[in-house]
Design a protein. Structure first.
Length: 214
């Protein structure tokens, strides 16, 4: 389990992770900052706290991803690659054959993702496509961070994916209310993990998602 007490804004440290992996996470962090001067990858107000706000926040999702039945992870609206570039770097030494798929419709952000995939030698595919136009997709995990509201994610998962096992995503301070609202139309099982970087947020893993029929 990642310990929230040992993250520093100026240096990334995660327990049970090699020095080489930490170095790569640091290099990824710097790549975001340098590219952010040219294209908008992250909010400029979060640049000084990038390691906590973005890298470490992304790293905590490994608790849901490092499982035996998970080999393919599909990131929707990938942007800067958060959380999945972080996951890819963390999983390199954990699981051989772990694969990432990115969907990002922006040309410039897609190119940044391709550069990061090549830089860190990740097994991944980057698609510069609109996920809403894709059909019959297959994955183990659908993951997203700051992409679309929960009901929209549920629609994408059931309409655009032929097969998936889990959805992993972040919920903010209104998360409980949103879950209650979607439960009127959807049936699902949920595992919830309190965010290590925000007292008002959580990371959730959704499984057995089905629409309720009236």
């Amino acid at each position: 389990m990642i310990d929230s007490k040992i993250i520093k804004t100026n240096k990334i440290y995660i327990p049970n992770v090699s020095r080489e992996t930490l170095k790569e996470l640091g290099e990824y962090s710097q790549s975001i900052l340098s590219t952010n001067k040219k294209i908008n990858l992250i909010s400029s107000t979060t640049e000084k706290s990038i390691n906590t706000r973005h890298i470490y926040d992304s790293a905590q999702t490994v608790e849901f991803i490092d499982k035996n039945d998970i080999k393919v992870c599909t990131d929707l609206g990938s942007g800067a690659g958060l959380p999945s570039i972080v996951l890819g770097i963390l999983m390199k030494s954990k699981k051989q054959g772990f694969k990432l798929i990115f969907y990002e419709k922006s040309y410039h952000k897609s190119n940044f993702l391709k550069e990061m995939v090549e830089k860190f030698k990740l097994e991944a595919k980057v698609y510069q496509k609109n996920i809403f136009e894709e059909k019959n997709l297959v994955t183990d995990v659908i993951i997203c961070r700051a992409f679309k509201p929960l009901p929209v994610i549920f629609d994408i998962a059931t309409k655009n994916f032929k097969n998936f096992k889990y959805i992993v995503m972040y919920l903010g301070k209104s998360g409980k209310k949103i879950l209650k609202e979607v439960s009127t139309k959807w049936k699902f099982d949920i595992e919830e993990m309190k965010s290590l970087t925000s007292n008002e947020s959580s990371v959730v893993k959704i499984s057995n998602l089905k629409k309720k029929y009236e």
